[in-house]
Design a protein around this ligand. Structure first.
Ligand SMILES: [Zn+2]
Ligand SMILES: [Zn+2]
Length: 574
């Protein structure tokens, strides 16, 4: 089905005509035709073959010819002609708030500015203020516009996007004409960062749904409203696209808009081999165009002789082949988690008391919790001395008894620049659990950093390596470290790797988790590293990483029962 490609072409032509300053009606005609074609449920190739292009509302003789040319040659002579006068890149430039088509053309003609990079350079040398019709004020406006655009297009951490998506889904659910609603796209696949937020609604009342959506209190600006798709910008500068489909296509649309693209391409190939056609409207038999699935995702996969595949796996990383063989992993779930093995209290840099942390863990249905405060060698506020730790150990024991709950007395040791830990091994062995990680001297060479961590692991006292690569998403790259060498050392010393659930860390990342499991058989620990009781709930992000890393319950240390966990912690020491 080439409908989307044709719509994109017509939209492009419309934008270029507008840049050229062509007749307004012509500009609108192309955009309107694009919109109609985007929403067609029949493949445009069929209409063309049957000579019915003219019957599409909004498609006149002239536009029909452009479509014909494109369908026959795969190119558009008209588009090529237009781009000889106006470069296609200007379409992007025109979208900068404060620029628009007239100014974009002016910038191109006077200063040769073709894209955002050129514009940024010209702005930094204040070149715009001397152009005809512009001045320092419009220059300032465009500067701000470019900033907004950049913010808009930056990828957003899952930790910011997910709560917003959940809020919108709840908001939409209250309307009786909204039958089903789900976030899809990379958010549903729980990728660590996402671009735009995609929401899918099943409803028979499109107009009412769009009105409800644009009336969401978080909306800052309505970017576009159409009969089946609308876009808004939220107050936090996130773009949200909402699509409405009929309930009998909800499953196929959900599958389609969840992606990933690579996964969907593979599925479409399977469909073709079976004489089927798969798109957002359903699964159809090619021979008679009969729809055989579409209402649910399960139905769609089953029409292709596949079991339903969890969204986190849909990256074309072997999941389709494994599904075919009936060998998909049973991914770990939030309800499998029995405790958190790395949290802080107000004894070091946390903000909640041990008691508050414990109460929260109990409320979450956990069986155990490990208090792992920092030691003094780390410059952080309130790092503890050995004396202080001993005192804390007694208090932990008391709380454990009083609350009838397993509280582990641990620490998060610091791996110092040369690979030493805060305390001698004999002292560390007295703790019930030792978590350790790098918190300083990040700028070492790759060799040095790897050696440092391996040396620490080889001491044989670390149960869990915390935030193994030290990355902060979109802020700090991982420190240079050879993950393979770390995993090798961890395997030998039976050290567990942490999946740090903090949305700005998510470290180890999904791909390395899969490697740790499949190549080294390493157990992972999904921890929150919570510094307040509220943050214990961030565990869901770590579980998402684990699922994207193909981990099952048995691969995750903190799904163990208390007895099994104790056994594992002790055996480690022998
Ligand atoms: Zn840490
Ligand atoms: Zn920590």
């Amino acid at each position: 089905m080439k409908n989307q490609e044709v719509a994109d072409l017509l939209n492009k032509i419309s934008a270029l005509l507008e840049l050229k300053g062509e007749n307004r009606f012509k500009v609108i005609a192309y955009a309107e035709a694009a919109r109609r074609i985007e929403n067609l449920s029949t493949p445009i190739e069929n209409l063309y073959r049957e000579g019915k292009l003219n019957q599409i509302p909004g498609v006149g003789q002239s536009i029909a010819e452009k479509i014909k040319d494109f369908l026959e040659t795969g190119k558009s002579a008209y588009l090529e002609e237009l781009t000889r006068e106006v470069p296609e890149e200007l379409i992007e430039l025109e979208k900068v708030p404060g620029v628009g088509p007239k100014v974009a053309l002016l910038l191109f003609k006077e200063l040769g500015i073709k894209n955002l990079g050129d514009l940024e350079k010209a702005l930094s040398s204040n070149l715009l203020r001397n152009l005809p019709r512009l001045g320092p004020k419009s220059e300032e406006n465009i500067k701000r516009g470019l900033e907004t655009l950049k913010r808009r297009s930056a990828r957003i951490p899952l930790g910011h996007a997910l709560p917003l998506a959940e809020e919108l889904v709840q908001f939409l659910k209250q309307f009786p004409f909204v039958k089903q609603v789900e976030a899809c796209g990379s958010l549903r696949r729980m990728k660590e960062t996402i671009g735009d937020l995609d929401i899918l609604v099943a409803s028979r009342e499109e107009e009412k749904t769009m009105k409800a959506f644009t009336g969401w209190p978080e909306v800052q600006e309505v970017l576009a409203v159409g009969p089946t798709k609308s876009s808004v910008l939220t107050k936090s500068a996130l773009q949200v696209d909402l699509r409405v489909v009929r309930p009998d296509s909800f499953g196929s649309a959900l599958q389609y808009f969840t992606g990933s693209q690579a996964h969907n391409i593979k599925l479409r190939e399977i469909a073709i081999k079976k004489g089927l056609k798969l798109n957002e409207y359903g699964v159809f038999r090619v021979e008679d165009d009969k729809k055989i699935a579409g209402e649910t995702e399960e139905e769609v996969y089953s029409a292709l002789d596949l079991p339903w595949i969890p969204p986190e796996l849909r990256e074309d990383q072997g999941e389709i082949e494994r599904a075919k063989a009936g060998d998909l992993p049973a991914l770990v779930e939030l309800k499998d988690i029995k405790g958190d093995l790395h949290v802080h209290s107000d004894w070091s840099d946390g903000t909640s008391t041990i008691e508050e942390m414990v109460k929260q863990a109990k409320a979450m249905g956990y069986e155990y919790l490990a208090i792992c405060d920092h030691a003094q060698s780390l410059g952080v506020a309130g790092g503890l001395t050995w004396e202080k730790f001993k005192e804390q150990g007694k208090i932990i024991q008391e709380i454990s008894q009083r609350e009838d709950f397993h509280v582990l007395w641990g620490l998060e040791a610091n791996i110092l620049a040369e690979g030493d830990l805060d305390f001698p091994e004999e002292t560390l062995k007295k703790f019930q659990i030792v978590v350790a990680g790098v918190h300083s001297a990040f700028r070492q060479s790759k060799e040095k950093m790897t050696e440092r961590i391996v040396k620490a692991i080889q001491k044989g006292v670390i149960h869990i390596l915390s935030h193994p690569t030290g990355r902060l998403i979109e802020k700090r790259d991982p420190y240079e470290v050879d993950v393979e060498s770390i995993l090798k050392a961890a395997q030998k010393n039976r050290t567990s790797m942490e999946i740090n659930s903090s949305p700005e860390r998510l470290d180890l990342r999904d791909l390395d988790c899969r490697k740790a499991k499949e190549e080294y058989g390493i157990k992972m620990a999904i921890n929150t590293d919570a510094h307040s009781r509220e943050n214990l709930s961030l565990i869901k992000f770590g579980v998402a990483v684990a699922r994207r890393g193909w981990l099952e319950k048995k691969d995750v240390l903190n799904t163990y029962s208390w007895d099994d966990l104790q056994g594992w912690l002790k055996k480690e020491r022998d």
